[in-house]
Unconditional design. Structure first.
Length: 316
């Protein structure tokens, strides 16, 4: 029981520390950039209106008091109302979150399946040309910026060919371009990693012994080689999934996708601190949940991963 409680306590402590650090940085950056009311009040607003707004938002209080109140809201998930929209900041985030989770989930699924299929296929088929092709595709996917790839996709498939919509989220067809664009980088990374891992394990003694016992090629690859080769890929999938949850801002902007990332970008432009804080805190919690799920999947693939982490926790 202690082996379970200790890692969970450490994760919770790290989560709280991350929220505190991120919240502090947000507070400092927003206030260091000038008067926060400049982001949502019309230019040339009377001084009386500006001062009344500052009093309503508590911006007239000492900076230390503002920070403690701001930090307390972050830790209790009570972020207050949006400075611009005057709606609960957390509600605004939660309204847009399902759209972002759908896009990010579809993208990581495409990246995982596509990356594993390409990586495994290039090694199992044992074709030098196919291996070089997969390496080239992976390097291309890693090198292309997401905004550039998304723009090319819009011009080609939406404007020229008219096959897919260029923006919005009406229907499944509207998800294809942004999901493929978002999946390009992690898919290329997973494909390259799976290919390298399979090539590395293909000469291990236990695989040579398995072949010597007369096991079929499919059994050797799927039962003995693939589980060991997938462990690094699982870790990468977890990292990339965490990145996609909080990093879909660019793609949502390119495709005018009504997700939480686009809302956060607008809030940043408006210096809407409660919405930014709600977005960052929710993203941190989601990333922590993704990391826990990744560890569980890795432990299911290889029980020694769980055993090692438990031993380390018990010794710590």
């Amino acid at each position: 029981m202690g082996n379970i409680v200790i890692p969970l306590a450490r994760r919770l402590a790290i989560l709280l520390l991350t929220i505190v650090v991120a919240t502090t940085l947000l507070f400092v950056l927003v206030h260091a950039s000038g008067d926060p009311t400049d982001g949502f009040l019309a230019p040339g607003s009377p001084d009386e209106v500006r001062e009344a707004t500052r009093m309503r938002l508590g911006l007239d209080r000492p900076i230390g008091e503002q920070y403690l109140l701001f930090l307390g809201r972050g830790l209790t998930l009570d972020f207050g109302d949006s400075w611009r929209n005057r709606q609960p900041a957390l509600d605004l985030i939660l309204q847009r979150l399902p759209a972002t989770l759908l896009l990010s989930g579809l993208a990581i699924a495409l990246a995982t399946v596509g990356g594993i299929v390409l990586g495994v296929g290039s090694v199992v088929i044992n074709s030098a040309f196919l291996r070089r092709l997969v390496r080239s595709i992976a390097m291309l996917g890693l090198a292309m910026p997401a905004f550039w790839l998304g723009t090319i996709g819009i011009v080609l498939f939406a404007v020229r060919l008219g096959w897919l919509p260029a923006s919005g989220n009406e229907g499944w067809r509207a998800l294809i371009l942004p999901a493929l664009t978002l999946a390009a980088y992690p898919g290329a990374l997973i494909a390259r990693l799976v290919q390298s891992s399979l090539i590395d394990v293909s000469t291990r003694p236990y695989l040579v012994q398995a072949r010597a016992k007369g096991l079929g090629s499919a059994t050797v690859w799927l039962r003995h080689a693939l589980p060991n080769a997938l462990l690094p890929a699982v870790a990468i999938v977890g990292v990339q999934a965490s990145f996609l949850v909080g990093g879909a801002v660019v793609i949502e902007s390119v495709f005018a996708y009504p997700g939480v990332g686009r809302l956060a970008m607008q809030a940043t432009s408006d210096r809407d601190l409660p919405v930014i804080q709600a977005f960052v805190t929710v993203t941190i919690v989601l990333v922590a949940l993704v990391n826990i799920a990744t560890d569980a999947i890795a432990a299911a693939i290889d029980p020694t991963v769980r055993t090692t982490s438990e031993l380390a926790a018990s010794r710590g």
